[in-house]
Design a protein around this ligand. Structure first.
Ligand code: GLN
Length: 251
């Protein structure tokens, strides 16, 4: 033990925040796992104890989740998880209605909606937490994206999808694209917001470059669990560098 450790008392944890990753075995592309790692690190920076769990097809449901995160996947990954996801639909819907913070990216964003009809005409039912519909097209929307959002400022990321999503009146968009395509090639919207669910097409992963969204999820989880959120002092140095770098990238 060095002298500094001997004299600096370990700061007591403000409590445990449990993050559950949905289907990381089948739904985790373009670095989406990084979202869970950012939550883990920032929860600790805020003075709480992070716990990171996985839920995959056939697993028992992990009790006491505080934040859910789910990533993107190929159409094939979506087909693999669809039956299991339907068995969990009532639970996930109830949790979303109760206000649990959730982040879903691309493939799981689509399946949190009403349905995803693939470009070959197969309809994969969604779980209807989000009032959105997605249709596969022959056009692939690929590249770097900048989104102006009312809640999180400028959001930066990378999109790669052929499904195009339209929003119904039950959700609001995450923001408006300033570069890139977002939900579809016609209305200029990216992502969806409903209660404490944040849905987005953006990979990269999203949270390392957009700590405002990570802190929204953590703050919401802490307030629900402990009645209050006492923020710490996160080190945003690398997030800021990543943002500057991402903002300079061409489409
Ligand atoms: N398979 C879906 C699409 O291409 C989702 C892709 C993804 O998650 N990146 O629209």
């Amino acid at each position: 033990m060095n002298p500094a450790e001997a004299t600096t008392p370990a700061r007591a944890s403000k409590g445990t925040i449990r993050v559950v990753q949905l289907y990381p075995r089948d739904m985790n592309i373009y670095g989406d796992w990084g979202n869970a790692l950012v939550l883990q690190r920032r929860i600790a920076w805020h003075g709480y104890t992070p716990e990171l769990l996985e839920y995959n097809v056939g697993d028992d449901w992990p009790e006491d989740a505080d934040i859910l995160v789910g990533g993107g996947g190929q159409d094939s990954g979506q087909l693999i998880i669809q039956d299991d996801l339907q068995t969990r639909a009532p639970l996930l819907k109830a949790l979303a209605e109760e206000g649990m913070p959730m982040l879903v990216i691309c493939g799981l964003y689509q399946l949190f909606g009403r349905f995803f009809k693939t470009h070959t005409g197969t309809e994969i039912p969604g779980i209807g937490i989000l009032d959105v519909e997605t249709r596969g097209t022959d056009e692939r929307l690929i590249g770097n994206v900048k989104v102006a959002t009312p809640e999180f400022g400028e959001v930066l990321g990378y999109e790669n999808h052929s499904g195009q999503t339209t929003l119904g009146p039950g959700v609001r968009p995450l923001g408006t694209v300033a570069k890139g395509t977002g939900n579809n090639s016609s209305d200029g919207h990216e992502g969806a917001r409903y209660r404490n669910v944040v849905a987005s097409y953006l990979h990269g992963s999203l949270l390392p470059k957009n700590p405002a969204i990570a802190d929204f999820l953590i703050r919401t989880a802490a307030e629900r669990k402990f009645g209050t959120f006492a923020p710490g002092e996160p080190d945003d140095h690398f997030a800021e560098l990543a943002r500057q770098h991402a903002a300079r990238r061409p489409r």
